[in-house]
Design a protein around this ligand. Structure first.
Ligand SMILES: O=C(CO)[C@H](O)[C@H](O)COP(=O)(O)O
Length: 222
């Protein structure tokens, strides 16, 4: 599976998001990852549907919207209308994961499920045949710039093995603590969509940072 880089705008300059997403488009990003945090499911509060809608006018990049909010079912329609291409919901935030995924798909959008580091893969096993991506959090959600949690690699391997065995088609996405070393470990384990926040935005050259991540994993196919 081709590896895609999805810079997370959580680490971008929030006062200049329009130009930040344009820069990502010019720099070879495959998707833009948008973190929506509510101050309840996670401690931090970020942006909501109105900001995503405003950004939609300035880029054709695929909008990968990651909802870190309680009661996500109440808000799906707003995010669909904002221009999200994929909506990811956390398994820990709903009693009705199957219905929620179907709701997102009913709007013609891609639907994905995320799990926190301590949440086991078995919790989402019954929806693996329905989702477009499984997002394995490789840090505890809430903030950028944290250290990668090594035990999450085993969950990526488990998911990859389940996908193979059952013939599922979901992609595995990873989020948190990604750099030139951890990206290699994740891809080896089976991930193909790589979210990177601080690694990309704290670098002097965003284009170069995306290129470096892609190069690190190209070596795996040599
Ligand atoms: O969801 C997240 C944290 O909850 C993020 O996408 C975060 O931006 C990842 O940041 P970094 O690459 O700096 O670890």
């Amino acid at each position: 599976m081709a590896v895609k880089i999805a810079p997370s705008i959580l680490s971008a300059d929030f006062s200049d998001l329009k130009n930040e997403v344009k820069k990502l488009e010019e720099s070879g990003a495959d998707l833009v990852h948008i973190d929506v945090m509510d101050g309840n499911f996670v401690e931090n509060i970020t942006i909501g549907a109105p900001v995503i809608k405003a950004l939609r006018k300035h880029t054709n990049l695929f909008f990968d919207v990651h909802l870190m909010i309680l009661n996500p079912e109440r808000h799906i329609e707003k995010f669909v209308k904002s221009g999200a291409d994929n909506i990811t919901v956390h398994a820990e935030t709903t009693y009705h994961l199957d219905a929620l995924i179907n709701k997102i798909k009913s709007f013609g959008k891609k639907a994905s499920v995320a799990i926190n580091p301590a949440t086991p893969v078995c919790l989402i096993e019954n929806v693996l045949g329905m989702v477009d991506m499984v997002l394995v959090m490789t840090v505890n959600p809430g903030y950028g710039g944290q250290k990668f949690i090594d035990y999450t690699l085993e969950k990526i391997r488990n998911l990859s093995e389940l996908r193979e065995r059952k013939g599922y088609r979901f992609e595995i996405e990873v989020d948190g603590g990604i750099n030139e070393q951890t990206v290699v470990e994740c891809v080896k384990a089976g991930a193909s969509v790589i979210i990177a926040g601080s690694y990309v935005f704290d670098s002097v050259d965003v284009k170069e940072a995306i290129k470096k991540l892609k190069k690190s994993v190209e070596k795996l196919n040599e």
